[in-house]
Ligand binder design. Structure first.
Ligand code: ZN
Length: 179
């Protein structure tokens, strides 16, 4: 396996290149890479820097879903575990959104312990990005809807890391307070 610093740096570089030009949903249309950096940082904090493959998978968690990168490329460049974690976080984009959302809730408890941590970090980041000061009616509806669904997904993921669970709960509380 690559040394930890290389693993994470190469994951960040591939993610930046592949998601280049994409914007994330929510506040200010930030570059997509901001979302990936936040998820990776949450995972690094949650595990106190003890799991480089998890942090690399955090950088890469949307790269199969949103770009032409394949599982095989990730396995070759990084490791089988990194590739598997990213696959576990990949929705089947041929399905309609409602079905993808339903499956995330149903499938969450069946995921590996590490994939469940990535899912929670992803939802913390996505709820946070939807919190606006002085939201429009549409932004309010979107946040209420997203937070309610994220809670269902996270219900099937929690228990592996107290800090991530608490950070998610605090983010949802902050989201509801902003409505
Ligand atoms: Zn994501």
């Amino acid at each position: 396996m690559l040394p930890a610093v290389r693993l994470i740096s190469e994951a960040a570089e591939l993610a930046a290149r592949q998601h280049s030009g994409m914007a994330r949903k929510g506040r200010g249309n930030e570059p997509y890479i901001n979302h990936l950096a936040e998820v990776a940082k949450l995972l690094a904090t949650a595990t106190d820097g003890g799991d480089a493959e998890l942090v690399a998978a955090g950088w890469l968690h949307d790269v199969i879903e949103d770009t032409d990168t394949t599982r095989q490329e990730l396995a070759q460049k990084f490791s089988d575990r990194v590739a598997s974690l990213v696959v576990e976080c990949t929705d089947d984009m041929s399905l309609p959104k409602a079905e993808r959302r339903r499956r995330q809730v149903v499938d969450a408890p069946k995921k590996s312990a590490s994939a469940r941590l990535i899912k929670i970090a992803d939802k913390i980041s996505n709820v946070g990005a939807r919190i606006h000061s002085g939201p429009t009616a549409e932004e309010r509806d979107d946040l209420a809807d997203y937070a309610g669904w994220a809670e269902q997904v996270v219900a099937g993921c929690r228990g592996g890391n107290v800090w991530l669970d608490t950070t998610f709960d605090n983010m949802v509380r902050q989201a509801r307070a902003s409505l």
